[in-house]
Structures are given as structure tokens and as C-alpha cells.
Design a protein. Structure first.
Length: 398
């Protein structure tokens, strides 16, 4: 990872020639992710807005949040199988996440200020819920949420309401998190953002560190062990744009996507050490305004971290993975057969599966194309297996 980080820091892309110049070379190499599985969840102009999954094996589970407020659960292996449909949500879904400690618990956050934990072993029964239950607490519409790495804290980011934008905290260890408790809110911050809190991400290993992003252009980093919001705010980074997504790149650096750029930041930096406009990331020679950013994946499952980006034209929906190599951006994988504008993505690391969801209500599972040698080897192995089968805020969060 250190080598990748140094490569990121040395990037010096002044125009999109470095990216577009790779096109012919990459076509010659035919480096592709091919369609492994496809499932149409809805035919009713129902978008899939978010996706999450478990890292279990050999089969894994994915959850997808739809624009009709429902959430569908699929088991994915050699095929996809819908196991549960959760259709009791009363408001738009703003996020879905599996528990980091149990593959059977799914958290769903909705815009009406409610976060619920569902037990998939009990047909999605609500086993805990989190909301602002203070006596004078008006409903604060949620725009984002996340869970700490040890599943100790839940954080929810709200829309700008009543002159403030809040980050609210709940402690999952408290018995008060059970259904029916009228006030299980630990506390919150409301002075660090001036507009909707669009994204929250806990540090992957430090349970007390939280990063937030907002349409006010700020990315804030908090140390939740501190006694007040002022003390907790350790860094405030100004992207000068509306933050759409953010995540941890390394232990002390962040990536974020705005509606037009990918930015890379050191947590203590005064400005982004790299910024890439859509012209740098264009997935075709079309007008860069047709391009969009989906998500930056920091995993090395495909050899290096990559940005998933797409472009929409009259004739096709392009999609590809862009990575960093020798100080420039290049296509590491073309994705062949995409039919929709992609809204979210997730990776199952063990199987090397990239899951994408989007505006035509389709779940796609993409995997690396096999070489002829690998296909022959796999065919021999499958034949052998077949032959042998007959033989038997200011309030301190905590």
C-alpha cells in the first residue's frame, strides 16, 4: 500500500491526454471485467440507489436499497437468489450496511430520521432502532450514516434543518437501543457543517475517528474521545465543491468524490494533493460532461485501488475502472455489457467480484475475464469433480 500511496502523491496529470492515450493500448490488451451474473430487480422504473454485502464465502449476501423505499436481499454464488424483500420502510432509504461483526444483521437508514437493525435470520425482523428521541427533538431527516469498525457506535448525518446540520451518535452496546426506548441518543455535533451531511465514514481500524462530508464543501475529521465538538474537530478540509462520497485511502489520508472531481487529501493538508476533473477520468472520447464518478475502491483485489467511472451516451452506457500507474491514470479494466447508469458499487474480495447497481433496477456481478489457459484448467477441474460426484454536538458522544 505504501508504494501505491507514493504513486498517488507523485501524480501530475495536467490534462486528459494521459488517460485517453491509454485507450488503444488497453483495447489491444483486452483487459476486461466480464458479466458473470445479472438480476433485474424491478421493471417499474425503480432505481437501485445503494448496495452493500458480506465478505462470507463461498456464497455471499448483498443488500440493495431501492427508490421505492424497499430493500432486497440476495444470496450470490453461481447464481443469484432473492431471499428477503424488506418493504416496510416509510421513507426513502439513504444507506444500507451489513454489520461488521455479523453477516445476518443489516442496518437501514431512512430519510425520516430512523436507523433500524434487521435480523435476516428472522425474515428481516427489526431488532433495534435508533432515532432522536429527545423530548423537544423534531425529526431530523437523515442524509447519511455509518457504523464504527467494532460496531460500537452508529453515526447519522442529517440534512440542513432548522438552521443546523447534525451528526448524531448512538451506542449499540446500550440496552436502551432496543425498540420502544424513547431516548437512546447519545449526543451530537451541529456546528461543524452548514449544509447537508452527505457522507460519513468511520476509520477502518480506529473506532474513535470519524470523517464527514457535506454539500457545504467541507470534509471534517473528528476524534470522538474528546469532550466537546470544538476539541473533537481535528481537521477541516475545504474541497470547494459539494462532497458526494468520501473514504479512507490510507491511515492518514482520504479520497473524496464531488459531482465533478476526484480529490486526494492528507488529513493534515491545507489543500488536496491531487485533483482530477472529469476530463481526466473520461471513459470515452465523448464530452466529459457525459461522464460521472461512481466510487473509489481502495482494495487491491484487482491489483491496485481504482476509481469506477462511467459515461452515458445515446447508444451505450460505458463503464470502466481507472487506476494509477507510473504517475498517470489508465484503464485497468474495461467493463463489457453494462446497460445502465451506475449509482453504487461494492466488491466481494475473496471471489474478485465487482457488484454494480443502477437506474434500470439491475444488479450486475462482474469478474475478471479468464485466460484460455485458466479456462482449460478450470474445465479439467470441473470434469474431474463431475466424474467423482457419483462416488459418493456538543455533547460528548460517549
Amino acid at each position: 500500500m505504501s508504494r501505491v500511496t507514493e504513486s498517488l502523491k507523485r501524480l501530475n496529470v495536467k490534462n486528459d491526454a494521459g488517460t485517453r492515450g491509454q485507450d488503444d493500448e488497453m483495447v489491444g490488451k483486452k483487459v476486461e471485467l466480464t458479466l458473470s451474473l445479472e438480476e433485474t430487480v424491478s421493471h417499474d422504473q425503480n432505481y437501485i440507489l445503494s448496495v452493500c454485502g458480506t465478505q462470507s464465502e463461498p456464497e455471499f449476501t448483498i443488500g440493495a436499497g431501492l427508490s421505492d423505499h424497499s430493500c432486497v436481499i440476495y444470496s450470490v454464488g453461481e447464481s443469484t437468489s432473492r431471499t428477503i424483500t424488506l418493504d416496510h420502510n416509510q421513507a426513502p432509504i439513504v444507506g444500507v450496511k451489513f454489520s461488521p461483526t455479523s453477516k445476518n444483521i443489516l442496518y437501514i437508514a431512512t430519510n425520516d430520521g430512523l436507523i433500524t437493525a434487521r435480523d435476516l435470520r428472522a425474515k428481516g425482523k427489526v431488532v433495534a432502532e435508533f432515532k432522536d428521541g429527545t423530548e423537544d427533538g423534531k425529526t431530523k431527516p437523515l442524509a447519511s450514516f455509518d457504523l464504527s469498525c467494532d460496531e460500537r457506535l452508529v453515526a447519522g448525518g442529517t440534512e440542513h434543518t432548522g438552521g443546523d446540520a447534525f451528526i448524531l451518535f448512538w451506542d449499540l452496546r446500550q440496552s436502551g437501543s432496543k425498540i420502544g426506548n424513547k431516548n437512546n441518543l447519545l449526543g451530537g455535533y451541529w456546528e461543524s457543517h452548514m449544509d447537508d451531511v452527505t457522507c460519513l465514514t468511520f476509520h477502518p481500524t480506529k473506532r474513535n475517528v470519524l470523517a464527514s462530508g457535506s454539500t457545504d464543501g467541507l470534509m471534517n475529521i473528528f476524534d470522538l474521545t474528546q469532550s466537546s465538538e470544538d476539541l473533537a474537530l481535528t481537521s477541516s478540509l475545504n474541497t470547494e465543491s459539494s462532497v458526494d462520497r468520501l473514504g479512507w485511502l490510507t491511515d492518514d489520508s482520504l479520497w473524496c468524490t464531488t459531482h465533478t472531481h476526484l480529490q486526494l487529501w492528507e488529513c493534515e493538508g491545507a489543500c488536496a494533493y491531487e485533483t482530477f476533473a472529469r476530463s481526466h477520468l473520461a471513459v470515452s472520447r465523448d464530452d466529459p460532461d457525459n461522464c460521472y464518478l461512481v466510487k473509489f475502491h481502495t482494495t487491491n483485489v484487482f491489483g491496485q485501488p481504482f476509481l469506477l467511472a462511467g459515461s452515458s451516451t445515446v447508444t451505450r452506457e460505458n463503464l470502466r475502472c481507472l487506476s494509477i500507474r507510473e504517475n498517470c491514470l489508465e484503464t485497468c479494466y474495461e467493463i463489457i455489457g453494462n446497460k445502465q447508469i451506475v449509482r453504487d458499487s461494492w466488491i466481494h474480495e475473496k471471489s474478485g467480484s465487482l457488484v454494480t447497481v443502477g437506474e434500470k433496477g439491475i444488479i450486475n456481478v462482474w469478474r475478471q475475464a479468464e485466460s484460455p489457459t485458466q479456462r482449460d484448467s478450470d474445465h479439467k477441474l470441473l470434469t474431474k469433480i463431475g466424474n467423482g460426484r457419483d462416488r459418493h454536538h456538543r455533547i460528548k458522544p460517549y
